[in-house]
Design a protein around this ligand. Structure first.
Ligand code: HEC
Length: 131
């Protein structure tokens, strides 16, 4: 975590604590959006199979570059272009491969990941492997 992230998150918390009504209309800063909304999904749902040791499909979710490069099916994410991002295709469970294997993610989580890619897939704090 660098100082910019700390400052940025501090600012978000400050706004959230002091002016909830105002904060509700204010989008989270891009790094905060990643840390608060996106990171928990990737960590809980994807990182177990997509990390440095277990790079399923050739993709690690530990860093943004790996997602930009992607695997055999091309870039997993294309910042700003949800429709061109293989990652989102896999979440819809309509095509050849379906992620995560098993039940589909709740629609709310798919919407968060779509929104994140649409906004440029900005990364925040470095993710940590859970196991
Ligand atoms: C239980 C293990 C497991 C989990 C959990 C999992 N994946 Fe995968 N993933 C795989 C395997 C195995 C492949 C390779 C499938 C293949 O090539 O047929 C893969 C491949 C992929 C690919 C395609 C890479 C390419 O170009 O071929 C994407 C994108 C992907 N996963 C995204 C995700 C996302 C997003 C999540 C979390 C929501 C997730 N995966 C969770 C096992 C997993």
């Amino acid at each position: 975590m660098n100082w910019l992230h700390i400052l940025c998150c501090f600012r978000c918390c400050f706004i959230a604590l002091t002016a909830p009504a105002f904060a509700a209309n204010r989008p989270l800063c891009p790094e905060c959006f990643f840390d608060k909304r996106v990171a928990p999904i990737l960590t809980q749902r994807c990182l177990g199979c997509h990390n440095q040791e277990l790079k399923n499909g050739g993709v690690s979710f530990l860093d943004r570059d790996s997602l930009l490069t992607g695997g055999a099916r091309g870039p997993a994410i294309v910042p700003g272009k949800p429709e061109a991002s293989v990652l989102l295709d896999t979440l819809r469970h309509e095509g050849e491969i379906q992620m995560p294997p098993g039940p589909k993610l709740p629609l709310r989580e798919i919407a968060i990941l779509t929104e994140w890619i649409k906004r440029g897939a900005v990364w925040g704090t470095k993710l940590r492997a859970t196991k």
